[in-house]
Design a protein around this ligand. Structure first.
Ligand code: PLP
Length: 289
């Protein structure tokens, strides 16, 4: 049933940077993008097994997860509803969600805080409804993300990923452990005070000496940017032909190049960056360019 969504992208493309490779999960699908597909894969399977036909989820008005859920639902013949944080707005992301048939319910910030109450208020009596947490965060999500490691055909000294909730990072670490790799996992939180990501990762997997966090690349916090990051994006896209978004992947690639420049990563070491997709995030920041 879900096969038609996904054709695996297992090739790794070379950048015009030395020893830096990218796993192009952004190419999985334009709308069920990158790690949002990885995170939904087994969540959708669970919904299917429970014969649920209506996906209900949560997110901010620029959430990549909402578009991914809406597109996945429409392609698999399911209904979808999203609770959107904050007052009613219109934007490119929500337009796509609506086109894919997602029903949008705007919830004020206070009631949004208690997602389960919100869900129960609308869907308690709906036996077809299936609760998916914000961003798709779940045990199933980490299983999907661990498959990124299964697909690698070469070994790397370092693997880098951006982190919002840390679920993707937890899955990657599980994959690294499963394959008994000595590869280091470097996590770049895109939020301020990103040390909390470690506790989030450890909800799903045990600690490992292979895990390191780089908390200085948030550029002011979640969905915040600086002229320096915008300049980086322009240069990076022009040089590589690969799009990055200001919320996640630009911060990731900035961190990698900065750590290389400062010799934290040595020049002979081989690096894999996980391009987690999320390119629609560019639209949320179009005024910054
Ligand atoms: C959602 C998202 C992330 C964050 O993933 P987490 O599992 O929440 O850490 C990273 N990159 C992109 C492009 C995303 O859309």
């Amino acid at each position: 049933m879900f096969k038609k969504i996904y054709s695996p992208v297992d090739k790794v493309e070379l950048f015009p940077f030395d020893k830096l490779y990218a796993k192009r999960d952004d190419l999985i699908d334009a709308y069920i993008s990158g790690n949002k597909w990885r995170k939904l894969k087994y969540v959708l399977k669970k919904a299917e097994e429970g014969q649920k036909t209506h996906l209900v989820t949560f997110g901010g008005a620029f959430s990549n997860h909402l578009v991914a859920t809406a597109a996945a639902a429409s392609r698999t013949g399911l209904k979808s509803t999203a609770f959107i944080r904050g007052e009613e707005v219109k934007n490119e992301i929500l337009l796509l969600c609506s086109l894919f048939g997602m029903h949008l319910i705007f919830a004020d910030r206070e009631s949004y805080k208690d997602k389960l109450t919100l869900y129960n208020k609308h869907f308690q009596k709906d036996s077809e409804a299936f609760f998916i947490d914000e961003g798709g965060a779940s045990e199933e999500a980490t299983i999907g993300c661990a498959e990124i490691i299964d697909e690698l055909s070469e070994s790397y000294d370092h693997i880098f990923c951006a982190a919002g909730t840390g679920t993707t990072a937890a899955g990657l670490l599980e994959g690294i452990k499963k394959h008994k790799l000595s590869t280091k996992l470097h996590v770049v939180p895109v939020l301020k005070n990103g040390f909390f990501i470690k506790d989030e990762i450890l909800k799903y997997t045990s600690d490992s000496p292979n895990l390191s966090l780089h908390t200085d690349y948030h550029f002011g916090g979640y969905a915040k940017t600086t002229p320096e990051l915008i300049e980086f994006i322009k240069n990076f896209v022009r040089k590589t032909g690969i799009l990055v978004d200001p919320v996640y992947t630009a911060k990731l690639f900035y961190a990698i190049t900065d750590l290389q420049k400062n010799n934290v990563i040595e020049s002979h070491e081989k690096i894999l960056a996980i391009h987690t997709g999320g390119l629609l995030g560019l639209f949320g920041m179009k005024d910054k360019f």
